[in-house]
Every structure is written in C-alpha cells, then in structure tokens.
Ligand binder design. Structure first.
Ligand code: FUB
Length: 325
C-alpha cells in the first residue's frame, strides 16, 4: 500500500514525477535514478539516468506497481546520455512520452516516444523534436485540444545558453537586476510529431507587473515546469532551483504572462525539488521527490505524494514536507 509522504516504491530510485489519471488509474512517469559513487557538480553530471519505468496505482493509498522498462536510451538513435525528467500527453488514442536527453553533441533536446498503453513500452521517434532544447518537458492539453509543451532548466539544463536565440556554449544567466531567463513553451502539431513554431519564452511577473529578476532566486524560474487549469485560471508551477522551493504563478492564458503567487512546497531533503499536480476524485495531490530514503544523496531520490489544499481565494496552502513527523 502507498502512504502519503512515504516513497511510492523503494526497489529503484525514482525522481521528477509527472502524474496523470488515465482510465481512472493514477500513472506516474518518473526519472529512474542510477546509484553510483561519482561527485555532484553544477552541470548535473550526477544524474546519469538511462531509462524510464512507469509506476501506477489504482487509487491514492493503493499499492504502487512498477510496470518495468518503458524506454531505454539504447533504443533511441539520437540520445547519448542522461534521460532526465519525462512527461506524457494522451491524444487521439496514443500516449506520447516527452523526454529530455543529451544528443550526440552533448546538448539537451526533447524526444517523443509513443505507445497505445499508458504504461508503455514506448517506441521512440528516430529524431528529437526539431528546434527543441534544454530539459524538463511538461505537457498540457487545453480545453480546445491544443497541446502545449513547457520546458527549460538552468545550469546543467543549458537554458541560459540559448538567450541569444541559438546555442552559445559560453552563455550565462542575466545580471541580478535584469529579467530572469524564462521557461519556454511550444505548441505541438495535430499529429504530435513536431512543434508548430519554435519555443517562446514565458514571462513570470511580480505583483507590480514587472518581470521577476534573475537575482530574485526565491521566485525566479530554474527548472521543473507544470501547468494546471483550475477554473478559468492557468496555474504555472516550477522549481526555484538554487533556493529549493516549489512555487507557482497564475495567468489567464496558457502562454502567460503569469503573476507570481507563492510557495507550494518548502525545501525537501536533497538539492533538487520537482513536482506535478493532479486532481483525483475531487481532491488535489502534489507528487514530488526527496532524498530522505538515501540519507540525502542528491542522485538517489524517491517519489512521494501528499494532498494539496487551496484556501478560499484559490491560493495554494504551502506544504512543509516533514511537518507530519
Ligand atoms: O533529474 C534530473 C534533473 O534534476 C531534472 O531534470 C531537474 O528538474 C531536477 O529534478
């Protein structure tokens, strides 16, 4: 049986959970952390994942099943290494797994793999998505059926190296008083094969309508985008990376701009924090990871979930991950 704020599975290390409800069942698409004794660095070299496993459970609190190998880097011709945080979108009877990995030149790109079952196995497209770059794809299907893919991550995720519009190996983050680098977003074509246009940067604004600055590390985007439409509002949530918060911003349009609202999750044990949010049977749940089980080893993470609550104004009530202990 699975328990709130406890690892969903312990036989493998899992991270970066993207949760969805398909056919009434909860599916979780995590990264699969590989234990090793290498050092951590700012390039994320410690995250050496090579494949994906899909997890699922009948209901919140039910036993969590590992469906086994869903996709391996050995089966994807364009990938060299580091299959990081994935997500899935269901459209036209097919489940599309979006995943980031380094190509043969060492640049992160986004690939797609398809299955007729939510648990896979997934068959990869031979090439990555044209014009894709950086990490952490998160898909969102709006009420009109349009599929949006948000992504981007600083540092190891290379997002700041594309500020000029193309890859600059020496690209850096903006100065502290300049607008932060935004996450990016692209719309998929109807066949779910390519972006209809190159990804564009999304704006995150402060309460005065000014772009959040690069030096505002408690609020600026670092990685791990996720989108929920709640009522007629778009809740865009993300990780602040260096300050280890999960936060959110709200807007009226899936492409933004979004106005910063507050924190979802205080820092967990471990450097990274990463999440997804789903509604199931009238309640909301946050799926996230931490390194509690491994005693704080950053690349040995485990996926957990907890209930997410809103106040009367529709604001998310901040979760303190260990306040139940
Ligand atoms: O799992 C590797 C990276 O760590 C992800 O892409 C980031 O979001 C962070 O969780």
């Amino acid at each position: 049986m699975s328990k709130e704020r406890e690892p969903l599975v312990t036989h493998i290390f899992t991270a970066d959970p993207s949760a969805h409800v398909y056919n009434g069942r909860i599916y979780v698409y995590p990264s699969h952390d590989i234990p090793h004794d290498g050092e951590d660095n700012d390039n994320g070299d410690e995250y050496q994942m090579r494949d994906y496993h899909v997890l699922s459970m009948d209901d919140i609190g039910a036993e969590c099943i590992d469906h086994g190998l869903a996709l391996s880097e050995d089966d994807v011709p364009w990938v060299s290494e580091q299959m990081w945080a994935p997500d899935v979108a269901y459209k036209n009877g097919t489940y599309y797994l979006f995943f980031p990995a380094r190509d043969k030149e060492g640049n992160f790109r986004i690939g797609i793999a398809e299955s007729d079952k939510p648990e896979g196995p997934f068959k990869p497209h031979p090439e990555c998505i044209k014009g894709s770059y950086s990490i952490d794809p998160a898909s969102f299907i709006d009420d009109d059926g349009k599929v949006y893919v948000y992504n981007g991550g600083l540092w190891g995720g290379q997002l700041e190296k594309y500020r000029t519009g193309s890859f600059d190996p020496n690209g850096t983050e903006p100065a502290a008083d300049e607008p932060a680098v935004g996450p990016i977003c692209a719309v998929m074509d109807d066949d779910m094969q390519e972006y209809v246009a190159p990804p564009v940067a999304i704006q995150i604004l402060d309460e005065s309508g000014e772009p959040i600055k690069a030096g505002d590390e408690d609020r600026r985007y670092f990685e791990d985008p996720w989108m929920n439409k709640i009522g007629d509002k778009y809740y865009f949530s993300y990780s602040t990376g260096t300050t280890h918060y999960l936060v959110y911003a709200v807007g009226d349009n899936p492409m933004g701009p979004f106005t910063y609202k507050g924190r979802i999750l205080e820092p967990v044990i471990g450097w990274t924090t990463h999440h997804s949010i789903i509604e199931h049977k009238g309640k909301w749940y946050l799926f996230y990871h931490d390194c509690e089980l491994s005693g704080g080893i950053n690349h040995r993470r485990t996926v957990k979930y907890t209930e997410l609550k809103f106040d009367d104004k529709g604001d998310i009530i901040t979760i303190h991950p260990y306040d139940h202990k």
